[in-house]
Design a protein around this ligand. Structure first.
Ligand code: AOF
Ligand code: ZN
Length: 365
């Protein structure tokens, strides 16, 4: 096996933590001695041991003189767990091969330096791009303190998210819808507008054994959400945050919602709409590092314009609805010139069942 193979194994291990490590990163580690893997581990859950310490815990023999392959620079601070650099030095590991750099200001180069100063051979940026792909959420969140927002929608080949009557069940097939359940597990929050709640009365949870459900976030300027909606009725079971912006005549409603377990947050802009930038700052403070935005065209438009969207994931079904008035993924008033467009970059395209999934990074709003 080559250095690349060991790092690929570490990446594979890291992915096992997907959806569970947030707001911490996914990290994998492999310890190799004389061409044999003698220990491996990954970060399984926020608050639990880091990948390096789990790899050490699994050692089948002494790691003295061994090489550690780790997808992220080892930490050197006391957080919820003690520094990994200490464990690495205790084990007398001779060489550490690192994939991603850690932008966490508490680490950021200091981890690698401590190891080097102690006489360990350190290789940085090894397969860095592949390792970086594990943690766009962590890199964004740790540097901005606001959640990484993924706008997700399903549309027909002619760009409609509903028929002219508003019917939207279903656009994509089963396999793509299963993928969406997984996405709800992966991101910590899910956000929709009040229009979606009134039209569909959704649960916005995950209905797959062994996966977790996201925190539900509703943008609801006038606090119109019905107390007998599925979301409010299940607010004790699934954390639910409703953002509102118009303080008039909401006191009583707010009280009812709160006694039913809903958290409300007042987050107005000048026009008494929800200020999405401020909402993201609030959610960041609540430790929510990532959000799946399942829009509605109006909220999608506002989120794009507010500059809070980092990624778009579009499912495209090989169907055509037509209709001048049929809803599209992004509504609002639109722009005048193509040069004013939001600009994205294609990152990935794959077929899921009969449907396509396109992943894009937002470059300019
Ligand atoms: C992880 N898992 O495998 C590595 C991390 O609060 P703590 O102690 O869990 O520390 C979290 C920080 O540790 C995290 O922000 C990142 O900078 C660093 N490395 N974190 O959760 C790991 N290696
Ligand atoms: Zn660590």
């Amino acid at each position: 096996m080559t250095d690349q193979d060991y790092m690929k194994r570490a990446i594979e291990l890291a992915k096992k933590g997907e959806g569970w490590t947030n707001p911490n990163p996914m990290v994998g580690a492999v310890i190799v001695k004389e061409g044999r893997i003698i220990g491996e581990g990954y970060h399984a859950r926020c608050g639990e041991l880091h990948a390096e310490r789990n790899a050490i815990a699994s050692l089948t023999e002494s790691a003295e003189g061994a090489t550690l392959y780790v997808t992220l620079e080892p930490c050197c601070h006391y957080g919820k767990t003690p520094p990994c650099t200490e464990a690495i030095l205790e084990q007398k590991i001779k060489k550490v091969v690192i994939g991603s750099r850690d932008p966490n200001p508490k680490v950021a180069g200091k981890g690698a330096k401590i190891l080097r100063d102690a006489g360990v051979t350190v290789v940085e940026d090894f397969m860095r791009d592949k390792c970086d792909e594990l943690n766009p959420i962590f890199f964004h969140y740790i540097t901005t303190k606001t959640p990484y927002v993924v706008m997700k929608y399903a549309m027909t080949l002619d760009g409609k998210i509903a028929t002219k009557t508003g019917a939207s069940k279903w656009i994509t097939q089963e396999a793509a819808r299963r993928e969406v359940q997984y996405m709800r597990h992966r991101y910590m929050g899910i956000m929709v507008g009040i229009g979606t709640v009134l039209a569909d009365d959704p649960m916005l949870n995950v209905r797959v054994e062994g996966l977790k459900s996201p925190v539900r976030i509703i943008c609801d300027s006038k606090l119109r959400i019905p107390p007998d909606s599925q979301i409010v009725k299940s607010a004790r079971e699934y954390r639910t945050i409703v953002a509102y912006a118009d303080p008039e005549n909401v006191e009583k409603k707010k009280e009812i919602l709160q006694t039913m377990g809903v958290e409300t947050v007042f987050c107005p802009d000048m026009k008494k709409h929800v200020n999405l930038k401020h909402l993201m700052e609030h959610l960041g403070k609540e430790n929510i590092d990532s959000i799946l935005l399942e829009g509605g065209g109006t909220l999608n438009d506002s989120a794009l314009r507010a500059g809070v969207v980092q990624e778009v994931q579009a499912f495209i079904a090989p169907k055509i609805f037509g209709g001048t008035g049929s809803r599209t993924p992004v509504d609002g008033i639109g722009i005048e010139l193509p040069s004013q467009a939001a600009v994205l970059k294609f990152k990935d395209i794959c077929q899921i069942g009969e449907d396509l999934k396109i992943t894009c990074q937002v470059l300019r709003k």
